[in-house]
Write a protein that binds this ligand. Structure first.
Ligand code: 5GP
Ligand code: ZN
Length: 145
């Protein structure tokens, strides 16, 4: 089945239900396009989500107009979190697709205030095989055409 791309509420979608108020949430921001609310299972204290109000499953279906608003808004919210919570850093994380760890298929960006190293289980990868990197890069470049 193709992903839904028309932005209409999706049956059974948790974040559509949060948007409509059918499911409760602790909101920190809303405007005509976006909603920000506290994550129910925070990775660090103050972890929250910025989500579109309209239902777009992933980054790949998002209209450019919304994408253009998303990052400046994330900056504003990240600044507020840093100031308000006396955090010293912030991670922005955005999962697309089940294999990438996306559990809720409605576009959202994690905003994760940081205070200490090691709070997130992010590990650097193994060193790249530098003889292979150009070939991998070439495959991506071909995808741009
Ligand atoms: P994903 O894995 O899709 O990138 O992240 C989904 C996030 O949504 C998770 O961090 C999870 O804790 C959060 N989440 C899932 N269900 C709910 C809910 O009903 N309310 C809130 N506030 N957060 C939720
Ligand atoms: Zn939705």
């Amino acid at each position: 089945m193709n992903p839904q791309t028309n932005g209409k509420p999706a049956e059974g979608c948790v974040f559509c239900q949060i948007d409509s108020g059918r499911l409760p949430s602790i909101r920190i921001y809303e405007d005509q396009d976006f909603l920000a609310f506290m994550d129910i299972a925070p990775v660090t204290e103050g972890h929250f989500l910025l989500a579109t109000r309209a239902h777009y499953p992933t980054l790949l279906e998002m209209p450019e107009k919304l994408l253009a608003r998303a990052l400046p808004l994330a900056q504003k919210l990240a600044r507020a979190a840093l100031d308000g919570l006396s955090a010293s850093g912030v991670n922005l994380l955005q999962n697309n697709g089940e294999v990438a760890g996306q559990a809720v298929p409605h576009w959202h960006l994690h905003i994760i205030p940081r205070r200490r190293p090691g709070e997130l289980p992010l590990r650097p990868g193994a060193p790249a095989d530098v003889t292979q990197l150009p070939f991998t890069a070439e495959k991506i470049i071909r995808g741009l055409k």
